[in-house]
Design a protein around this ligand. Structure first.
Ligand code: FMN
Length: 263
């Protein structure tokens, strides 16, 4: 570096310092703010807290979620606005590799629900000579109830599908994808509860031969490896009926143990 340049830098160092600070403030600080890396203040933290339900409210929502069958619905339909919120919640379940393996086919209204049940019915009718009397009997028992209540009292029924082998080619173990779908269904049920909407996850055990059949797969446009994991019904329940529906759990202390050293 030439002597003249050194002299010039030495005599103008304050100018360079100020210039540097201005550039930092203008460009880098603004970028940090945009990226949200600015340190949050106490009031930011308070605001963040107030956006969330309190721990007591969160636990209350979880405990208030009840399995409520269509036979107990009053026939009042669930609004589109509520359904949108419910499925937005469904979509925010945790998912390994962000595969989002849930797929929902939402049957909306009496006819769509009835048509689906009629498909199940014809599947059994066509195979009545191939299935055991016990299988047919348990199917008939539940089917009669479903056909009487689901189309008339439930405004929507969502068929729950686990999508296997996602387009990105990330092949996770099946159990992880099933767990993600179950988490998504729990989100559905919790959001429904928050909105005053009642619901129930029908695993379709009563029609499992049809549920797992190739015909059902084709009917719903499912691909190899996809699984139909039953259906979720939606409806409204009268206040006094809702209060009468209870559930219970054994204490969590009987379902966990704390290990502080070796197992
Ligand atoms: C994967 C799964 C499948 C279920 N399938 C059925 C079902 O087919 N029929 C039914 O009556 N309940 C079904 N349930 C609901 C449970 O019976 C219900 O959660 C349990 O009775 C406890 O009641 P609660 O949900 O109100 O706490 C299912 C629940 C889960 C998680």
């Amino acid at each position: 570096m030439s002597e003249a340049l050194i002299k010039f830098l030495a005599s103008n160092w304050t100018t360079f310092l100020i210039l540097g600070l201005v550039i930092y403030q203008r460009f880098f600080k603004e970028q940090e703010e945009e990226d949200g890396v600015e340190e949050s203040t106490e009031s930011d933290k308070e605001e963040e807290k107030s956006r969330l339900p309190s721990p007591e409210q969160a636990l209350q929502l979880i405990k208030d979620r009840r399995t409520i069958l269509p036979k107990d619905y009053n026939g009042s339909p669930v609004t589109q606005e509520d359904m949108d919120k419910i499925f937005e919640a469904a979509n925010w379940a945790p998912t390994h590799l962000k595969n989002q393996p849930w797929r929902y086919i939402v049957l909306e209204g009496h006819d769509a629900i009835k048509n689906y049940l009629e498909f199940v019915q014809s599947w059994y009718t066509e195979r009545s000579d191939q299935l055991s009397e016990q299988t047919l009997e348990s199917y008939r028992l539940k089917f009669t109830g479903a056909m009487a209540d689901w189309p008339n009292k439930s405004s929507h029924v969502a068929l729950i599908i686990m999508k296997r082998n996602t387009p990105g080619g990330n092949f996770l173990p099946e159990w992880e994808e099933m767990c993600a779908v179950a988490a998504s269904v729990q989100n559905i049920h919790l959001m429904a509860t928050a909105l005053g909407v009642s619901g129930f996850w029908s695993s379709h055990t009563w029609c499992k031969d049809c549920r797992d059949s190739e015909e059902m797969r084709k009917h719903l446009g499912m691909e190899e490896g996809d699984r139909l994991l039953g259906a979720f019904t939606f409806g409204h329940v009268d206040e006094d009926k809702l209060k009468s529906i209870r559930s219970s759990r054994v204490p969590v202390s009987e379902r966990m143990r704390i290990v502080k050293d070796k197992i």
